[in-house]
Design a protein around this ligand. Structure first.
Ligand SMILES: Cc1ncc(C[n+]2csc(CCOP(=O)(O)OP(=O)(O)O)c2C)c(N)n1
Length: 411
């Protein structure tokens, strides 16, 4: 007897040795989708969840209704966005090198995805809370988080606010709206929804922002959070950063036969839009719209950021084992820094010379902080944090048995 039943397996369009192939992606023209009402219902988001909100066209012009809605007149705001993204990339490059030199154990970079975190941060207010993954460091950089603390966390030395108790890049910065990063994928979503519900119940007007990668949408927490957000309508923005890969697992596995991650939210009755995550202006426009919606009390919203993970998943990963070497260069939505730079040059607010100068200023700043932070200890030159730190920040009131253990340790 022959069975006609066969399982299907999602495969990326190209593997190592093949020519990168993005020909099956549907990339719409910039400026075609209308801006949605803040109280839009899920059933009226079908186009926005299946297409792509884009503002910058191939020539670098800002076009269409979302550009008008953004109405960004201050070029300084765009220049500082460009600098945030450049700083994020420079930090990534220097930290990856430091990891390769054996100065730190591990590093996770966000190269190619800088626009998402750096842009989104612009519309947050004090008291709002991100529940980020390890790849949203751009939120902290754009929030002006002190570089000493950021880098101290990687080196786990006395500059580290967490005193070496977390893996590098799993920051915790409550006062900067950055909830402690959990290494367990997906938890961010349930925490964000729960935090948003608690704040709504206690009459506060701050909002929560959950972050998840495309691969992690396969975790139960994604669905649990969407159901709660759908039932209780808390002030939460749920972000899916679709960067095409979950380590070596192609995005098609987590997506299944669904069309987009944004469309998945519509089934829960949650409005959703899909956005060109390499277009800094589209990121700003979508972030402005989503934060306004949620602050006005219209309930949860999901944004899928469509982007590409240029670097390796982490310092422990080798992407040449599972994807073509030059796939990142072929990504049809380009590089977020190059695209914003091109736009600013086009509107006479930037130049190649200013770009080179900004790069060297940012590099000098990062090197200066890095040197100071490294002087407090690296894995090549360990300077252990005093043992008493073990007992800090754990209990508000130290229980008797812990107090005794501390006494026994003599710290
Ligand atoms: C619950 C859980 N399962 C598995 C892992 C191991 N793991 C770490 S990162 C990763 C891939 C995540 O990919 P994605 O969600 O797409 O985010 P990206 O790293 O691409 O930003 C996996 C499977 C984990 N940390 N937690």
């Amino acid at each position: 007897m022959t069975s006609h039943i066969k399982l299907q397996f999602a495969h990326p369009p190209a593997r190592p040795g093949d020519k990168p192939d993005f020909s099956s992606l549907e990339i719409p023209q910039a400026g075609t989708l209308p801006v949605l009402a803040h109280d839009v219902a899920a059933q009226d988001c079908i186009d926005h969840a299946n297409s792509l909100v884009r503002v910058l066209n191939d020539a670098g012009e800002a076009v269409g209704p979302w550009a008008e809605y953004l109405a960004l007149e201050d070029p300084d705001a765009l220049r500082s966005g460009l600098r945030d993204m450049m700083k994020s990339r420079i930090i990534d490059m220097r930290m990856m090198n430091a990891q390769r030199q054996g100065k730190m154990s591990f590093y996770i970079q966000g190269i190619g995805e800088e626009a998402v975190g750096c842009g989104f941060q612009r519309y947050l207010r004090k008291g709002d809370m991100n529940f980020p993954t390890y790849r949203q460091q751009g939120l902290l950089i754009a929030a002006g988080y002190p570089l000493e603390k950021l880098m101290g966390q990687f080196y786990s030395n006395s500059f580290d606010p967490l005193l070496g108790r977390q893996l590098p890049t799993l920051h915790s910065a409550r006062e900067y709206g950055y909830f402690t990063v959990s290494g367990n994928l997906g938890t961010q979503y349930v925490h964000a929804v729960g935090w948003a519900m608690a704040n709504a119940l206690t009459g506060q007007d701050t909002i929560a922002i959950g972050w998840i990668g495309d691969g992690s949408t396969a975790a139960n927490d994604f669905h649990t959070a969407l159901l709660s957000a759908s039932s209780y309508w808390p002030p939460v923005i749920l972000n899916v950063v679709n960067n095409q890969w979950a380590i070596s697992t192609y995005t098609g596995v987590a997506r299944g036969h669904g069309r987009t991650y944004a469309a998945r939210a519509l089934g829960y009755g949650i409005p959703a839009i899909r956005v060109d995550g390499n277009d800094y202006l589209a990121v700003l426009a979508a972030s402005k719209w989503a934060t306004e919606r949620v602050r006005q009390g219209h309930g949860a919203v999901l944004i899928e950021w469509y982007t590409y993970r240029v670097g390796a998943h982490s310092s422990s990963d080798d992407p040449s084992a599972y994807r073509p070497k030059d796939e990142a260069k072929a990504w049809p939505l380009g590089d977020p820094i190059e695209r914003l730079k091109q736009h600013l040059i086009l509107i006479d607010e930037w130049s190649e010379a200013r770009h080179v100068q900004a790069e060297s200023e940012i590099l000098a700043e990062v090197i200066e902080v890095q040197k100071r932070v490294e002087a407090a200890g690296t894995m090549l030159d360990p300077q252990p944090i005093p043992g008493a730190s073990l007992f800090k920040g754990v209990y508000a009131d130290t229980p008797e048995h812990i107090r005794r253990q501390r006494q026994e340790m003599g710290v």
